[in-house]
Design a protein. Structure first.
Length: 477
């Protein structure tokens, strides 16, 4: 069950938000389950269930229990199992729970029994509490952000599991430690130091005799729970070496806490718009980072649209901008009813985030419908006013690749404002220049503006002055 959930987002994730896969379709999800894979003679893969959702707000309790119960029922029906590949995220929040992954994993362990080996593949933005990790035998995480190695991570979890089962190596030691640092993902990209070297060292640690895997999690900054912080787990048969390497990684992370910087140049919304308009680099991309739906934002904030329309050069059409991905099903329906070429007068955005503050107020948008299309099964309508073209979607929709824009070519505009944090690879390659706008929203990069109340303190960056060096000695699970 995989989802990233912002507790500062008013959206609630329900069963309909999840893509649920079972049976042959689940086996087809992975390459390493194929009959021609090298593991095929060693293992019989039994498909259970996988549920994944676009990041959003906390999961409603009934949805969590429905998916948990199906998973555990299928585990019991398939018994006895030697092992389980546990394909999760690690940053799921559930209404009424304080450590959703720990509760889910405890149920999975009970269903699978004490002898089965559980191997988890996780996002490095997950939160790894002691209560969660103690139920697992192997756990690994992505080593790249952006996550270009996501499928490689899942395969590593599967191959490590089969290897231990096939050789009879059994349950390894897990050296676990949390580090009292909580940073947004946009400050921990592996494109930059110190994350680049920190994550770059993991393969070398994994290659040591007696070590099976090494992983570092930066944690998920937009949940408000005691488990939210960085973590290190080194897995291996040599307990002393695993403890040594985990402790070293934890100390390096702590000592580098001040060195983590944003993955790109930043500014407030109006500063970014003005700089982009004045630049000659085209297209110039701006990240509307506070409402990034792939980090857990509601995706319905029209705040950046308002800032674009307030710029004289953009309002007059002397400069053009494309702003895709504002979630507003009523506005989309109105555009489809009016038809391409029609003039419409809309109030855009804020339907989910209403009441969250001034930044969540709807934006008045009068203009011409210039495009109606269906993108990945989601209806999208583009409305142009002056030089600004806003793409409205009936569901929360990320725009990460050229294909996501459909018939609208982002390279034909001077500015492209995308609801995202760090740029995904295709956007990064497309951008002649870019800025990370520190906008408000459910995944605000300025953590101190959000109002965390339940994280365990002291915790950097909430506490720093007088914050003595913490204990970074790992324990064996």
């Amino acid at each position: 069950m995989a989802i990233e959930s912002s507790e500062f987002c008013p959206h609630r994730s329900s069963y309909e938000d999840f893509r649920v896969t079972r049976g042959a379709d689940l086996l087809a999800r992975y390459t390493w389950t194929r009959p021609d894979d090298a593991m095929a003679p060693l293992v019989e893969w039994v498909p259970l269930v996988h549920a994944v959702a676009l990041p959003g707000g906390p999961v409603v309790r009934e949805t969590f229990e429905r998916i948990r119960d199906e998973l555990t029922d299928r585990i019991r029906d398939a018994a006895p199992l030697d092992g389980l590949v546990y394909d999760i995220h690690g940053a799921m929040s559930v209404v009424g729970l304080t450590d959703a992954e720990a509760e889910l994993t405890a149920a999975v362990r009970e269903a699978a029994g004490p002898d089965a080996l559980l191997s988890a593949a996780m996002d490095l933005h997950g939160n790894v509490s002691h209560d969660f990790a103690r139920h697992l035998d192997l756990l690994t995480a992505h080593r790249l952000a952006p996550h270009e190695d996501a499928w490689e991570t899942r395969e590593r979890a599967a191959r490590k599991l089969v290897e231990r089962l096939a050789t009879g190596a059994g349950r390894p030691h897990r050296a676990w430690v949390q580090v009292p640092v909580l940073l947004p993902g946009e400050k921990t990209s592996t494109r930059l130091e110190p994350a680049k070297s920190l994550y770059g060292s993991l393969a070398g640690i994994e290659a040591m005799d007696g070590i099976c895997d090494a992983a570092v999690w930066v944690g998920y900054a937009w949940a408000d729970e005691p488990r939210c912080r960085a973590a290190v787990v080194v897995t291996g048969d040599d307990a002393d070496l695993a403890l040594e390497q985990a402790g070293s990684l934890a100390r390096r992370y702590w000592e580098a806490r001040h060195d983590f910087t944003f993955v790109g140049p930043t500014g407030q919304a109006d500063e970014c718009v003005a700089a982009a308009v004045a630049s000659t680099a085209r297209p110039f991309l701006i990240s509307d980072s506070g409402d990034n739906p792939t980090a857990g934002g509601a995706g319905d904030l029209a705040y950046m649209l308002g800032r674009l329309l307030a710029n004289e050069d953009l309002a007059s059409g002397r400069v053009t901008a494309l702003h895709p991905g504002i979630h507003d099903p009523a506005a989309v329906a109105a555009c489809f009813a009016a038809g391409t070429g029609a003039e419409v007068a809309l109030k855009v955005g804020g339907h989910v985030s209403a009441g969250s503050g001034a930044h969540a107020e709807p934006c008045e948008l009068s203009g011409r419908v210039v495009s109606l299309q269906t993108l990945g099964g989601v209806r999208a309508a583009a409305v142009r006013r002056g030089g600004v073209t806003a793409v409205l979607t009936e569901r929360r929709t990320p725009f990460h690749t050229r294909a996501d824009f459909g018939e609208l070519d982002p390279r034909a505009y001077d500015l492209v404002v995308v609801k995202i944090g760090y740029l995904e690879p295709e956007l990064y390659d497309m951008a002649a220049d870019w800025l990370l706008a520190l906008t408000p929203g459910g995944v605000d990069q300025d953590l101190l503006r959000l109002g965390h109340h339940h994280v365990a303190r002291p915790l950097y960056p909430f506490d720093d002055e007088g914050f003595e060096d913490p204990e970074t000695a790992p324990v064996l699970l």
